[in-house]
Structure formats: structure tokens, C-alpha cells
Design a protein around this ligand. Sequence first.
Ligand code: GLN
Length: 310
Amino acid sequence: MPDLGAIVHEIAAEMRNHPEKGTVADYIPALATVPADRFGIAVVMADGTCHMAGDAQEAFSIQSISKVFALTMALGAVGDALWQRVGREPSGSAFNSIVQLESEHGIPRNPFINAGAIVVSDILLGRYEPREAIGEMLRFVRALAGDDSIVVDEEVARGEQETGYRNMALANYMRAFGNIHHPVEKVLGLYFHQCALAMNCRQLAMAGRYLMARGRNPDTGRSVVSPQRARRINALMLTCGHYDGSGEFAFRTGLPGKSGVGGGILAIAPGVASIAVWSPGLNARGNSLAGTLALERLVQHTGWSVFEPG
Ligand code: GLN
């Protein structure tokens, strides 16, 4: 087994000095002011060992990474009936694109683009009142991470609300097709709050452990989802977790991963490790530039690609 402690430190050092930083999201002030030179990595192994380097304990906005947790909760609430309202195909389009919704009658391509996550929020509102829903999500993520200090960043949530015209358009458009059942403001209230979850790399890697561990929370030994559901969520992360950059991410890392516009990526090496990286500078597709490169390096060192014969 390679010396992971040394590897994560080497990767953090390389990323700190990397000349290309990408572009920090600037649609809301709370994200625009995050320094571009931040880099963090946390690797939590199946045996519970955690290796960290860089700014791994600094909280950031997890943004679209929350779509993984929301999907997991919604599948728990309604089971596979969810797939009648959300597809399972990569979109090949930007994360906030509306174009495919017309020809596909308001059914979003997958749960990891904005339109899909907004339908997932609507599904959760069939089970919980809006305020209760965000509380449940917070409780869920805290339990997965084994950390009660995780919070929603209200400033980010407010910024999302104030600037979320495209998301409002997506929700209204899908409502016109009958694929949103609750008032659009309530659905988006939940969506914006889940995007505003603030976590650090360590907390995020801890929260992703159930996807590495056949659906079980290693702390409690209890099942979060069935092994089959964990496999399927990982498959969707691999094929759809980086929007129109999903093919490129899979090509470079060979790992299921979910990115967020805050610069975080959660990646899973099934049976082996749950990994979180964070670097706020984004590439042209809205995925962390140094974060992707860091995961590529990690896989080069460890051979953790799911396509690497064991
Ligand atoms: N809050 C962002 C949005 O809804 C999340 C998108 C992302 O992380 N790519 O536009």
C-alpha cells in the first residue's frame, strides 16, 4: 500500500503551486470572495483512517454536491418511483440548462443537474414540510459525517434566492409540464438551502463513506441505502456527476464523483476510500480545476480507478 499521508501532502503542495487556478464562481458575493488559492484534500479509508492536507478543515459551500445527499433521501422516501420523474442519462449540457426539458416533457435528464435536483426537492416536499425538510437534510448529513457542527450558510442561501432566476425558470417550466407539485418558492427554498450547506473536506469525505461501504454508515453499521442503491448512485455520479464535463472527469479519474460550483468534489473509490477535494477555481464546465487534477494524481499514485483490475 502506498504511503497515503505522503501522497496527499505531495498533491496539496503541487496544487498550491499550480499556475492555473481557474475561475471562482461569482454569481453571489459569498462565493466570489473565497480566495482562489485555497486547496484541501481529505481521504477517508474503509478502515476509518483519515489522511488530510492543505485546507481540509476549512468549510466551503458544497453546492451541487448536496444533490447526492438529496437524491439518497428522496430514494429513501419514495423508492424507485422517483425514476418516473427524473431520468438517468448524462445531459451533455450545462448544469443549469433548460433546453432538453422541452423535448423531454419536463423530465430532467438526471438528478445531478439543477432541473433534476429541483424535482428531487419537490419529491422531498411530498414527505416533509419545507422547514422540516432542510432540518432533515441537515440531520442526515450530520449523521453520515458523524459531526453535528455542520450548518447551512444563510448568507449563501440568501444569495442563491436573490439571484436564482434560472432555477426559478427551470422550476416553473417543469411545473407547466406537471413535474413540480408544490409551490415553486417552497421547492426552491429547499433547493437553495441544500446548496448552501457548508462543510469541510474532512466532513464531506466522512459523509460519503456510505457510498464506499455498500450503503452502510461505518460508524453505526446501519444501512443508509441498500448495496444496489449505493452502486446505482455511484454509477450516476460517474456518468452525470460533472454535467457536460462528466466524460472528461471519468476519463481522467475513473471514479464516481460529484462536483459543486463552490469548488468541492466528492469522489468514491468503492470498497476503498471516500475522498473530498476543494479548490474554488473552476474550469469552463464549472468543475474544480485543481480538484480534478488532484484526484487524477491520487488515482495515478494509488490505482483506485474503478476500471483498474483488482
Ligand atoms: N447553487 C448553484 C445553482 O443552483 C449550484 C450549481 C452547482 O453547484 N453547479 O446554480
